[in-house]
Design a protein around this ligand. Structure first.
Ligand code: PRX
Length: 655
């Protein structure tokens, strides 16, 4: 609650400057309100007009929104298009030599790729995929480092109508295996390894291991991009080098025209069960969302140099690296490395070198860069910047103010963008030439996005106490289903109490200006460094260790990461005898989770108890565990616990 109070008292307001308003795509609140009114008056017509103006259709649509099988909505269903055509071919006539991608490698080497070149490469690789028998509707896993090739792989899948599922390179072989089998993928596109922070790290072994775990019989092809030149194991039956496949192919490839609702991709994300869910996105509605949000929220101009720092393994890297900027014909920066190598000035140097105008990153990166060198931005010329953005988690007002004054030199509006893997594009975010901004709030919904806050009964609440964030009407870029599990989709996002609204899974409240303040998740999902982690996933990883009998995982506030993972573990044998033994075992379990899920899921802290605090009916009292993790005094009555004494044990922090 103290958090809510503190943000409610935020009084700093920053109006867009006259210069910004003058040149903005949407200028002034009146224009924003007019767009919202247009959407309210004729909802389908509003989106239909945008879809006609924005997308190049191979066959125009005649039906806008089909709600007959709600919540399985269909948008623009009888239209046909191709996303790769919209991202590449459309620019060939007007700006073939414009840089599509400025790629900066970990070691600083810069490669520029024009729209003409990128088009050629995507066609060549698409032909390569076809030569391996990969066709429309097949699922293809992309497990690659940040590279031009990762974007080429995604675009090539889109070109032939194959459905990609990108798996973040930091996920373990187990996580990769889970995704390969769930999607029943026929191919994996990977690299021998990746460079990060001056070090070469292998990637291919994780693919080999994942495929050896069984259930992957459908995988007939593994395409390997040579990046580090490291040793790789090779299976002649299935493995093929990227360059061998690529070089022999012609650089023209007719796009596969697909229906508007054809799945463009599946992206796995954490939910409140142990099993990640495959969020399935559409072709047209998704593309439209990425394009309109670039125009509205990023105020996109053809002269911009756009840089979104997200990895293509996350939704942000899909919408604002692989698709949106290309569809808009933008020049964008793609970075292979890490913000702290060779030093914590890397981002600022890159903004200076590439004259970046629009910079989009996560609060966790901002917080860690403040800590590592709050004055460093001053050593660089950041005058090219005109707009800053954040995504992934609430930004604390102090970090916001630093971003605004030090990086943006009090000149650049900040767009704090609230959205999710499931929503495909921004939902609540400032239109920077219209809204006054305040530190810590994502402000107001985009035109045509009917976001509001409701109570447990699904009724709208208008006071400042907050409740559940929902979106009342279907919107084009939203999730279509969970791959292979439509029931989970329906139950999870459209529970009966919400009367047909989309339940986002976040709690939020509104201030007196109607601005939204996101308070956090309402389910058992943590947000660690802007990444979603299911507590149940980490718990199941822990209990799969032969030494562990039971585990409960909670989050606690963390200065840099936003949230840290704290695990309470009951061993099958007795508790570790002393601090040294506990420390050793905790490290072993942390590494175990790293191997089971990926290093991002490693608990920050592990505490051992003989039991966990439970009610008499055996339910783990997570609320109590959260308080224990935070070091808060327990004020609530614990007499109903089966084992109140256990709390003392669990308070012991392993140092
Ligand atoms: O809790 C919200 C938080 O991140 C969740 C979505 O995570 P994911 O699907 O991984 O997508 C992250 C990138 C879009 C949301 O449910 N979140 C995202 N953006 C914000 C945020 N919380 C507060 N403010 C934001 N701007």
């Amino acid at each position: 609650m103290s958090n809510i109070q503190s943000v409610l008292h935020e009084t700093r307001v920053f109006n867009p400057t006259d210069d910004f308003v003058k040149q903005a795509n949407v200028s002034g609140m009146a224009s924003y309100r007019a767009m919202c009114d247009a959407a309210a008056k004729d909802y389908a017509g509003f989106w239909a007009n945008l879809a006609r103006e924005t997308i190049l259709w191979h066959k125009p649509f005649t039906r806008t929104l089909d709600e007959s099988k709600a919540p399985f909505y269909k948008w623009f269903e009888d239209g046909e298009l191709n996303v790769s055509y919209n991202c590449l071919d459309r620019h060939l006539a007007t700006q073939p030599e414009k840089n599509a991608i400025i790629f900066e490698a970990d070691d600083g080497k810069v490669t520029k790729v024009s729209y003409r070149e990128l088009h050629g490469r995507v066609c060549q690789f698409a032909n390569g995929l076809k030569s391996r028998g990969i066709k429309k509707g097949d699922r293809v896993i992309v497990y690659m480092p940040m590279s031009v090739e990762a974007v080429v792989a995604m675009q090539a899948c889109a070109r032939i109508g194959a459905i990609h599922s990108v798996v973040f390179g930091g996920f373990s072989s187990k996580s990769l295996h889970e995704r390969i089998t769930d999607a029943q993928a026929v191919a994996v596109i990977t690299a021998d390894g990746q460079f990060r922070g001056g070090k070469a790290m292998a990637l291919k072994p994780a693919v080999d291991e994942a495929l050896s775990l069984g259930g992957c019989k459908a995988v007939h092809t593994v395409i390997v991009y040579r990046r580090t030149g490291g040793e790789v194991q090779w299976d002649d039956n299935t493995n093929v080098w990227w360059h061998d496949l690529f070089n022999s192919q012609p650089s023209a490839c007719e796009p596969e025209w697909v229906g508007a609702e054809h799945p463009l991709f599946i992206l796995y994300t954490s939910g409140s069960t142990g099993k990640p869910k495959g969020v399935q996105h559409s072709t047209a509605g998704y593309l439209l969302g990425t394009m309109v949000s670039l125009q509205w929220v990023f105020d996109y101009k053809p002269s911009d140099i756009f840089w979104c720092t997200a990895d293509v393994g996350w939704i942000t890297g899909h919408s604002y690296v692989a698709y949106g900027p290309l569809a808009m014909g933008a020049t964008q920066v793609i970075f292979e490395g890490v913000p702290t190598y060779p030093d914590a000035g890397r981002f600022w140097k890159m903004i200076q070198d590439h004259k970046v105008t629009t910079f989009y990153t996560a609060p966790t990166a901002i917080r860690s860069l403040i800590k590592l060198g709050g004055d460093l931005p001053k050593q660089y010329d950041l005058s090219s910047l005109r707009l800053l953005g954040t995504v992934g988690e609430p930004i604390n007002p102090e970090a916001w103010m630093w971003y605004y004054t030090v990086v943006g030199q009090s000149r650049c509006p900040i767009v704090d963008t609230w959205w999710q893997t499931e929503t495909g594009c921004h939902m609540i975010a400032p239109l920077p030439g219209a809204m006054p901004i305040k530190p810590g709030t994502c402000t107001l919904p985009l035109p045509g996005i009917m976001a509001t806050i409701v109570n447990e009964a699904g009724d709208e609440v208008h006071d400042q106490h907050g409740g559940f964030l929902v979106i009342k009407k279907p919107f084009p870029s939203q999730i279509r289903t969970i791959w292979g599990d439509p029931e989970r989709y329906k139950k999870g996002y459209f529970p009966e109490e919400m009367h047909g609204a989309y339940l986002a899974g976040d709690s939020a409240h509104r201030d007196e200006d109607g601005y939204f303040w996101i308070m956090g998740r309402i389910d058992d999902v943590l947000n660690v460094s802007g990444h979603r982690l299911g507590t149940m996933e980490i718990e199941s990883a822990l209990v799969s260790n032969p030494l562990v009998a039971e585990a409960a995982v909670v989050g606690k506030p963390h200065e840099i990461k936003g949230e840290a993972v704290v695990a309470f573990v009951v061993l099958k044998g007795s508790r570790p005898a002393d601090a040294a033994a506990a420390k050793k075992l905790a490290e072993e379990l942390r590494n175990w989770v790293g191997k089971e899920i990926g290093p991002i899921a490693k608990p920050d802290e592990i505490r051992f108890g003989e039991n966990l605090p439970k009610t008499r009916s055996g339910k783990i009292m997570r609320r109590l565990l959260r308080a224990v993790a935070k070091g808060e005094e327990i004020t609530q009555d614990v007499s109903t616990l089966e084992n109140p004494a256990i709390l003392e044990q669990l308070k012991e922090v392993i140092k």
